[in-house]
Each structure stands twice: as C-alpha cells, then as structure tokens.
Design a protein around this ligand. Structure first.
Ligand code: ZN
Length: 99
C-alpha cells in the first residue's frame, strides 16, 4: 500500500489534489508533497459498465473529504459505508481508500 501524495502550498498551507498550477487561496506556485491524511466518506456510487469491457465487474467509488478541505473520488471496497473514516492510498497510480 503506497501512500497517496497531496500537494501543500508552502506559503499558506492549503492542500490540494491533484496538483494545481497555482494555489487557489494565495496564488503561490510552490507546493510541498505530503502524505494524504485520513478522509471521511461522503457519498458512494457504483460503476456498473465500462465501455469496451464485456467482463466488467461492478465496483464502488466514493467521494471522500479530509479535515484539511480536500475532496476527491476514490475506489473503495464493498464493506465501506458513508461516514467511515478511511486511509487514502495509491493503487496502480489511482486514489483508493480503506479502513
Ligand atoms: Zn497558498
């Protein structure tokens, strides 16, 4: 399990993911890489079809929000529910979250 990296403005400390060209809070263009903090599941959805893939197995994705104000979409396991606090990590370059 590889930690997902967030980008933290090195002037005002606002965090973002993915990286932006400049900080939406102060306009600074320099960011530090930090490990993604835990996040709370806000909404869950299921991807039931994938174009060009006849053997697709339905899988869940969720909107997760951190205490630092970052909101992103992650892949999740089936046993996750809204309100769960999860660790955010990187799997094959994509954001995932688990207990
Ligand atoms: Zn900033």
């Amino acid at each position: 399990m590889e930690k997902l990296q967030f980008f933290e403005c090195n002037k005002c400390s606002k965090q973002t993911f993915p990286k932006k060209f400049f900080c939406s809070n102060c306009g600074n263009i320099d960011f530090d890489l930090i490990d993604a903090p835990e996040g709370k599941i806000k909404e869950i959805s299921v991807i039931r079809h994938m174009l060009g893939n006849k053997d697709w197995q339905p899988r869940k994705i969720a909107n997760i929000q951190t205490d630092t104000g970052v909101s992103l979409t992650v892949g999740i396991e089936d046993n996750i529910q809204i309100g769960d606090i999860l660790n955010i990590y990187s799997k094959d370059g994509a954001p995932f979250a688990k207990k």
